[in-house]
Design a binder for this molecule. Structure first.
Ligand code: NAD
Length: 475
């Protein structure tokens, strides 16, 4: 029997009279219902967050830190249950869902620690002749109500990346998770309430982007919007938000360069995980592999062999590597892109079709940069292998993209590695790893259409606070 959930608004667990279905993404069965919010309830949640901010901003840092620490522990205490929920609602394979749970706990742990290290600076005011005999310093204050809007692909950890730093910095939150994956956020709210978070500090509103999302973005009461999702929606948010802080974590068509001195066996194994975990529905998922022509044949052979060995199917199977796509619209979109690439001359070396809701891990060769599978974000288990002769040309091709989130390079030549660091127009360069590497305290974010600002607990916190300057006149 599907379970009916309530959601947390202003410290109360509420129903709304209208429910949204939550489907098992592998079988299509409805396994839960959640309350659907409208504009009025979203405004209510924003008002509650605004009212709660008046007292929460004065909660001592050690108490906020303790709540975050208890939240981390609360997530670990319910790890198996939450893993199952992520498997079902996001279709993510069990082992990767469990990784997400462990990482989310770590994100809260990092936030708990960072809470104790918020600091300002003294300012040498008499460095100006107009500032003699004055003392100055600045401190950091929370901005107020944070509107957090999140995607489906990491339903817990990307929520953690917004909620944990917001609370650490002393803000309150109105959270809108993706409608297809709302349960992880509801469970998190339960855990945070139990950890001692006061009423109104975290409010979860579930509903469409056009209603709930828009209301959060345009409200003059939300002082910062932190968004993770597609570049198109990010662009709309930027245009509508008005004068407030905005952080955007958007898409990418991530690339990795492989030089001939790389350990090909090890590199191919890592690239397969990077390309296909969570069915490629990861913003830094490996999509374009540029391999030196001296080793491209051997690399492709190893890569295809390892791709074909992946276990596909039900994400609840602990041995599963690749589960379903999030919905049939996405499944059909990627299938049409692969078919189009094939018609334009690409060769399908593995996969290239769906099996139920799973899109088979797909390897393309003989591609050109103009194909959608290369120049747009696939956000699916589809990877292209491209040969290059000249290292500078490989760097230029990685940069020949509207996006710039992360890139990888495998080489033992320090000069080439440093040249890649210097020239790649991305937010992060991973040396001897793929574009996909991330742990949750690193500065993380993109250039170009991949976004604006940086997350990673400490860096997200910086942009969830504002500076207040203090001057004392001793004249
Ligand atoms: P999406 O943009 O469709 O949705 C993201 C969120 O925005 C959802 O909660 C959605 O309901 C909401 N939304 C939709 N329209 C809105 C509007 N007009 N106003 C306000 N909110 C609105 O993205 P998705 O399909 O859930 O996720 C996939 C995308 O997210 C990919 O492009 C992926 O690269 C990106 N992503 C980026 C990162 C990163 O850190 N850079 C991480 C994960 C995913």
């Amino acid at each position: 029997m599907p379970k009916h959930y309530r959601t947390l608004i202003n410290g109360k667990w509420v129903e709304t009279g209208k429910e949204l279905e939550v489907k098992n993404k592998f079988s299509g069965e409805i396994f839960a219902y959640v309350p659907q919010a409208d504009e009025a309830l979203t405004d209510e949640a924003i008002d509650a967050a605004e009212a709660a901010f008046r007292s929460f901003r004065r909660m001592p840092a050690h108490k906020r830190s303790e709540i975050l620490e208890k939240t981390a522990q609360g997530i670990l205490d319910r790890a198996d249950e939450i893993t199952e929920i992520i498997c079902l609602e996001a279709g993510k394979a069990w082992k990767f869902s469990m990784n997400e749970v462990l990482r989310s706990a770590e994100t809260f742990k990092f936030a708990s620690e960072e809470t104790k290290h918020i600091h300002g600076e003294t300012i040498q005011i008499d460095a100006s002749k107009f500032g003699e005999n004055r003392v100055g310093y600045f401190l950091r204050e929370p901005v107020g109500v944070i509107g957090a809007i999140t995607p489906f692909n990491f339903p817990l950890n990307l929520v953690a990346h917004k909620v944990a730093p917001a609370i650490a910095a002393g803000n309150t939150v109105v959270l809108k998770p993706a409608s297809s994956t709302p349960l992880s956020s509801i469970i998190l709210a339960e855990i945070m309430e139990k950890a001692g978070l006061p009423a109104g500090v975290l409010n979860v509103v579930i509903g469409s982007g056009a209603t709930v999302g828009d209301t959060i973005v345009i409200s003059p009461k939300t002082k910062k919007i932190t968004f993770t999702g597609s570049p198109g929606v990010g662009d709309q948010i930027m245009r509508k938000a008005g004068i407030k802080k905005v952080t955007l974590e958007l898409g990418n068509n991530s690339a990795t360069i492989i030089e001939p001195d790389a350990d090909l066996e090890k590199t191919a194994a890592r690239c397969v995980v990077s390309a296909f975990s969570n069915s490629g529905q990861v913003c830094i998922s490996l999509q374009r592999i540029y391999v030196n022509s001296k080793c491209v044949d051997r690399f492709t052979e190893l890569f295809v062999e390892k791709t074909k060995a992946l276990k596909i199917g039900d994400p609840m199977d602990k041995a599963c590597d690749v589960g379903p796509m999030i919905d049939s619209k996405e499944l059909n979109r990627i299938d049409s892109w692969v078919k189009e690439a094939e018609a334009q001359g690409a060769v399908i070396a593995a996969g290239g079709r769906a099996e139920g809701m799973v899109y088979l891990p797909t390897v393309l060769t003989n591609v050109t940069e103009e194909m959608k599978v290369m120049c747009m974000e696939t956000f699916a288990p589809v990877v292209s292998i491209v040969a290059y002769d000249d290292f500078d040309d490989a760097l230029a091709r990685v940069n020949d993209s509207d996006f710039g989130l992360q890139a990888g390079i495998y080489t033992t030549d320090i000069n080439k590695a440093m040249k890649a660091v210097d020239e790649l127009d991305v937010g992060g360069v991973m040396i001897n790893d793929t574009s996909t590497f991330r742990v949750d305290h690193l500065p993380y974010g993109g250039n170009k259409l991949s976004g604006l600002g940086r997350e990673g607990v400490k860096f997200a916190m910086e942009d969830m606070m504002t500076i207040k300057m203090v001057m004392i006149n001793r004249n």
